[in-house]
Design a protein around this ligand. Structure first.
Ligand SMILES: *[C@@H]1O[C@H](CO)[C@@H](O)[C@H](O)[C@H]1NC(C)=O
Ligand SMILES: *[C@@H]1O[C@H](CO)[C@@H](O)[C@H](O)[C@H]1NC(C)=O
Ligand SMILES: *[C@@H]1O[C@H](CO)[C@@H](O)[C@H](O)[C@H]1NC(C)=O
Length: 366
């Protein structure tokens, strides 16, 4: 059980890293204008809701006791422990909520649709459920349904808990990559928007002064560093204070990265340099790239399908000095006891999310 929770949280963390937004039960979401198979552009019809309170007004409400409703604004502050019911008017409503709730396949969450409204129920909410809750109208044209982007209503809900000013996390250490071309976020989010939050370096111990042009704090995101530079590297933590009660976040390792995003840069090497029949030979394919970009390797070689070959794939992070970090991904193809059929071209294909690169090494008999 413990292990499962740790794994689940690790997955959750990976999802956060990917910036994914959880929208299960989501319908096809392709914008307002669609191209029909015939190539004709069709404008979606937007059936008017009789009782929608006018354009721009949120349809997202919280059901209070005795059938009273509270229309939710951009942010809402609630008390943990008390069950909540959110409703959104419409006959077909989509929802999104913090990924945390899906990670645990949480039975505390239930989503229902009635003839008049969509309903989201969350029992025993805790500080960890703090995040963005959204609903939207789904419009259907025949059997095809899609999200109406003009009718999406959201509220960032804080479950304020004085014992957890920071949203609890089972991870004690998180890596934040700094890139010269985009803002970086130290994601120490709070459960109380009124908390005073500061960013601290561990060694040497110092507080990083907030400077609105360089660094801002957003309670729904964390510290946003506008133009990250290598000087922000190191181990940091956030400190939050409410009513004189200070708390400390998990630690964040900030790493500076300066590798452009693109297909992998690949090098290939044969060892030893000169090969004879009977030798053991390694062909190594190496990729230098961004720390969090996964690289997959595929080999094509003369003895393929004819003899067993051992392939060893690994990666590691390397500090290149000046605080730059590079991920070195490597695939080693090991041929034991070279035979005639093994001489020829060894082709390595390295693939990442941006593309693929092929490199070849030729092994000829001496
Ligand atoms: C989530 O829980 C439901 C009911 O307990 C179960 O049917 C479903 O398979 C679970 N999904 C995942 C992804 O674990
Ligand atoms: C913020 O930092 C910039 C660049 O170092 C500096 O020019 C500016 O005066 C600072 N602003 C404040 C409010 O400290
Ligand atoms: C091939 O690589 C393996 C694993 O790194 C190593 O143990 C072995 O010595 C290498 N062999 C040659 C011929 O370079």
């Amino acid at each position: 059980m413990k292990l499962c929770i740790v794994l689940c949280l690790a997955l959750f963390w990976v999802e956060l890293q990917n910036g994914s937004c959880q929208q299960p039960k989501r319908r096809k979401d392709v914008g307002e204008n669609r191209i029909r198979p015939g190539g004709k552009r069709v404008k979606m019809r937007h059936p008017k809701l009789k009782d929608s309170g006018g354009k721009g007004q949120s349809l997202l409400t919280q059901v209070l006791d005795k059938g009273r409703f509270l229309r939710l604004g951009e942010t809402t502050t609630l008390t943990p422990g008390r069950n909540i019911e959110l409703r959104c008017k419409g006959t077909n409503i989509g929802w999104s909520y913090p990924t945390y709730l899906d990670t645990f396949n949480d039975s505390r969450l239930s989503i229902k649709q009635s003839d008049k409204y969509g309903q989201l129920l969350l029992t025993s909410p805790s500080a960890a459920d703090t995040g963005l809750y959204s609903c939207w109208v789904i419009v259907c044209d025949g059997v095809e349904c899609e999200k109406d982007h003009e009718r999406v209503y959201s509220s960032y809900v804080y479950f304020t808990d004085k014992d957890n000013i920071f949203i609890p996390s089972a991870i004690h250490f998180e890596i934040v990559y700094l890139r010269p071309d985009r803002p970086a976020v130290v994601p120490c989010r709070v459960t109380n928007p009124q908390a005073t939050v500061s960013l601290h370096r561990e060694v040497p111990p110092e507080e990083i002064p907030a400077n609105s042009t360089l660094m801002t704090y957003d309670p729904t995101k964390g510290f946003v560093l506008q133009n990250p530079s290598p000087e922000y590297q190191g181990v940091f933590y956030c400190k939050a204070v409410t009513r004189g009660n200070p708390q400390i976040s998990i630690k964040y390792q900030l790493l500076y990265v300066e590798v452009p995003s693109g297909p992998p840069f690949v090098g290939v090497e044969v060892s030893p340099d000169s090969v004879r029949g009977g030798d053991n030979v390694n062909v190594t394919c190496t990729v230098l790239g961004e720390p969090e970009v996964d690289v997959g390797f595929t080999w094509t070689y003369p003895g393929q399908h004819h003899r067993p070959i051992h392939i060893q794939t690994s990666w590691r992070l390397v500090n290149r000095g000046m605080g730059h970090t590079t991920r070195v991904s490597q695939s080693i193809l090991m041929v034991e006891d070279m035979e005639t059929i093994d001489f020829g071209n060894y082709i390595c294909k390295a693939k990442n999310q941006y593309g693929e690169t092929f490199v070849a090494a030729s092994i000829i008999s001496k």
